[in-house]
Design a protein around this ligand. Structure first.
Ligand code: NAD
Ligand code: LMR
Length: 330
């Protein structure tokens, strides 16, 4: 039985009438996004075609009688949706289908994120935290951030926690060690097939992962499996991941607010130049949550393989930035 102790937090979810939105809403209402004592006001943003789905979900939320849920508003106005928002979950956008890469969605989805960034800049609460889930997530976050000049840029993040969790899942299956006993995994770069899932500093049950697996398994099985898992899910279930994406979004925000378990997690953040990633690109890093702020973990040694893998993914992010500049979205 929860005892509400906070004043309500306003959470805005875009794409609330879609698949991930539906999976997220009930976890938010149950208190899993922010904690079991935090009351929530939900604002659901949809385009007109998706409003009925969001309204249906709102009826079900009412029927759930969630003690932590203060109110639910559905709107197609970004200004109304981001008014007073403390936490923005930017999910609304088109998913890719079989045979597409996430970057193929740049032209279709990029245009969504400038106006939403501007609405956040204008209307959100001063402690706004943003996570972009809609693909291509890193570059969409860059677009949104660029339209919100009054918001500290590190408040704009993109989701690579799903990739991080996938890496934990693959290691656990290989080693027969539960994910709770894993630590120090990192996803670097883009939420795309070029990402670099890195176990150089990871431990499993206290033992360095590098002592438990060989280079061939890492290079030929683990890295491609994690990096291409989104495509594998699309292939097997016919549409992109939903429950795992919602769960990773919950993990991302919960840890941002409450602190992560273990040494660090993976978060795509505007680069401050750390590890040679050009300033401003929204790239995944090892990050720890300190006093409610993400901080890039510094000083990790990178071997030649890691350096080249990170550089390849960062090069792709730089290309995406050029593309959206070319499209007039930045
Ligand atoms: P979906 O098609 O089921 O739902 C998307 C919803 O967004 C729809 O209801 C649509 O009406 C709405 N929408 C479109 N434009 C909007 C706008 N401008 N404002 C508000 N809402 C808008 O798709 P889904 O399966 O929920 O996936 C959503 C996005 O999340 C996709 O881009 C997908 O690729 C991405 N995704 C990212 C990750 C990740 O790890 N970063 C994981 C899974 C999926
Ligand atoms: C995922 O990683 O599952 C999502 O980004 C969806 C996709 O297109 O792969």
């Amino acid at each position: 039985m929860s005892t509400a102790t906070s004043s309500p937090i306003t959470v805005t979810l875009t794409g609330a009438g879609g698949q991930i939105g539906y999976a997220l809403l009930f976890r938010i209402a149950a208190g899993e996004l922010l904690g079991p004592n935090v009351t929530v006001r939900l604002k659901l943003l949809e385009i007109p075609a998706g409003i009925a789905g969001a309204e249906g979900a709102a009826l079900e939320l009412q029927d759930g009688a969630f003690p932590l849920l203060d109110s639910v508003n559905v709107t197609d106005s970004a200004a109304a949706a981001f008014d007073g928002t403390n936490v923005a979950l930017l999910v609304g956008s088109r998913p890719r289908g079989p045979g597409m890469e996430r970057a193929d969605l740049l032209a279709a989805n990029g245009a969504i994120f400038g106006p939403q960034g501007a609405a956040i800049n204008e209307h959100a609460a001063s402690d706004i935290r943003v996570v972009v889930v809609g693909n291509p997530a890193n570059t969409n976050a860059l677009i949104a951030q660029a339209h919100a000049p009054d918001v500290p840029r590190e408040r704009f993040t993109a989701l690579t926690r799903l990739d991080h969790n996938r890496a934990l899942g693959q290691l656990s299956a290989k080693l027969g060690i539960p994910v709770r006993d894993m630590d120090g995994v990192t996803i670097w770069g883009n939420h795309s097939a070029t990402q670099y899932p890195d176990v150089s500093h990871a431990t499993a049950g206290g033992t360095p992962v590098r002592d438990l697996v060989d280079d061939a398994w890492l290079a030929n099985e683990f890295i491609p499996r994690v990096a291409n898992r989104g495509a594998e899910i699309i292939e097997v279930r016919g549409s992109s991941s939903v429950g795992s994406a919602a769960s990773a979004t919950v993990d991302h925000v919960f840890d941002w607010v409450n602190g992560q378990r273990g040494r660090w997690t993976s978060v795509a953040l505007p680069s401050d130049g750390s590890y040679g990633v050009p300033e401003g690109l929204v790239s995944s890093f090892p990050a720890e949550s300190v006093d409610g702020k993400w901080r890039i973990v510094q000083g990790l040694e990178l071997n030649a393989f890691s350096t080249s893998r990170i550089a390849a993914s960062v090069a792709e992010l730089a290309t995406e930035r050029e593309q959206v500049q070319g499209l007039g979205l930045l």
